[in-house]
Design a protein around this ligand. Structure first.
Ligand code: FPP
Ligand code: MG
Ligand code: MG
Length: 437
């Protein structure tokens, strides 16, 4: 019997790793520029949900419960993470004693002394150690850090794109630092995440995680250009533009998610709705689920798990990620901004039609023109919100999210033996539907 305390707090199983996550990330993102450091560390200072690293860590622990003789033991990657040469060599960058606001090269000329790089460099990279008892491998722990870095980079960019003013209950990066610095900060985080990915020294994992970054951008782009409802008569073959696998090992059918969405002129209303849902769900996969599913797959690969387990872990992440985004889109209609810690009711104002609106559109075809013009005319946002309420579209969205949750739960049970970590993952999967932020 799993103790209740564990069930009610899945974090407790990986609390060591979760507690050191932000500190370890800080060691990976140090630059020679104090202002850049402030921008890149900004979102890590505030308390985020950290769902993605939590999933990677719990999944890694649950995978460790698979007996070694049921894994491809030569593939169990218990090697330490190689040290990053950026930190192991004397830093060649200027390092300043005090954080400098609005830094310019003139500071150098006007008496702000660089530290002696040989006596006081950045902190050495903490060496990952294999926690025998917890079974989390060093590279899996690093993977959790990488996932949070990629996610945070995307948030810095997202808040610029969405003109957001708050995140995690305080001014968003674009407001605190300007758009330019927020964009560059995100780019820097991505660059460093890429260094860390390559240092995992696993080509399959490198390909997965690199694709997850490309997926984030493509998902965001799909949202920007809502082709499926724009009346643009083109056929989009999603997922076909990714690079072919480098080795025969990767099965595109499994690690990619192909949804050919076809828009044709003169289709029926029901076909239009179906197309719009396909587009929306594929966008949600790319924008949210791809990072979760690909890091879940990567965690399984590093554990030396067999192919069917790796596939189930991938499916778990995909279903959970789509469930997560459906709930996110639902909360945008139901929860106040002060509770979310970020603007509420934002999607309609940004012109984005999410699941609740698509369900309302199904019942009321006259919403089509509003959706196509991105709710840009006076009264559009209010009319769409009214239709969402009238047709009970939030409940319909919740029920769709429940379907994905159920699939994620069966993936877990198919992939993993019973363990406290698997129970914690089940608990976490269930709690996605009851979250309020
Ligand atoms: C949050 O969505 C945003 C994402 C899940 C992904 C955003 C991706 C990009 C901006 C592409 C650039 C990517 C990288 C890796 C630099 P949301 O706006 O619906 O959620 P919110 O309510 O939290 O703002
Ligand atoms: Mg946003
Ligand atoms: Mg956004």
């Amino acid at each position: 019997v799993t103790p209740k305390i564990m069930l009610s707090n899945p974090v407790s199983l990986v609390s060591n790793e979760m507690n050191t996550l932000a500190k370890n990330i800080m060691a990976l993102i140090g630059s020679g520029h104090p202002t850049l450091n402030r921008v890149t560390s900004y979102y890590f200072e505030a308390e985020g949900k950290k769902v993605r690293p939590l999933l990677v860590l719990l999944l890694s622990r649950a995978l460790a419960a698979i007996p070694l003789n049921q894994r491809d033991h030569v593939k169990v990657d218990s090697e330490d993470v190689p040290e990053d040469p950026v930190y192991s060599k004397p830093p060649h960058m200027l390092l300043f004693e005090q954080p400098v606001r609005n830094f310019s090269p003139l500071h150098v000329l006007h008496g702000i002394k660089p530290l002696n790089p040989l006596t006081k460099g950045p902190e050495p990279l903490p060496q990952a150690t294999f926690d025998q008892e917890r079974g989390i491998l060093p590279k899996q722990r690093r993977l959790a850090e990488i996932v949070e870095m990629i996610h945070t980079a995307s948030l810095l960019h997202d808040d610029v794109i969405d003109h957001s003013d708050t995140r995690r209950g305080r001014p968003s990066g674009n407001i605190a630092f300007t758009n330019k610095m927020a964009v560059l900060g995100g780019d820097f985080l991505l660059g460093r995440a890429t260094v860390s990915i390559s240092r995992l020294r696993n080509p399959e994992v490198v390909e997965l995680m690199s694709n997850s970054i490309a997926n984030l951008v493509e998902g965001e782009f799909m949202q920007l250009k809502n082709t499926a409802v724009d009346g643009d008569p083109t056929t989009i073959q999603f997922g076909k533009k990714e690079l072919p696998p480098l080795s025969g090992k990767l099965d595109n059918k499994v690690h990619e998610y192909h949804v050919p969405v076809k828009y044709e002129a003169n289709i029926t209303h029901d076909q239009m709705i179906e197309t719009a849902f396909e587009y929306y769900l594929h966008k949600s996969y790319l924008k949210t689920a791809a990072l979760i599913s690909k890091s879940s797959r990567a965690a399984a690969i590093l554990s030396g798990a067999r192919e069917n387990v790796i596939d189930q872990c991938y499916e778990f992440g995909k279903n959970l990620g789509i469930c997560f985004q459906l709930v996110d889109d639902m909360l945008d209609f139901t929860v106040a901004g002060k509770d979310l810690g970020k603007p509420a009711g934002a999607d309609l104002k940004l012109g984005i039609a999410t699941a609740p609106v698509l369900y309302a559109w199904k019942e009321d075809p006259s919403l089509g023109p509003l959706i196509r013009r991105n709710f840009s005319q006076p009264g559009d946002v209010e009319r769409a919100a009214g239709a969402v309420a009238k047709y009970d579209s939030v409940s319909k969205t919740r029920s769709l999210a429940q379907d994905y949750r159920d699939k994620a739960l069966s993936n877990l049970r198919a992939a993993l033996p019973e363990s406290d970590a698997r129970s914690a993952l089940e608990f976490l999967t269930n709690s996605i539907l009851t979250r309020r932020k």
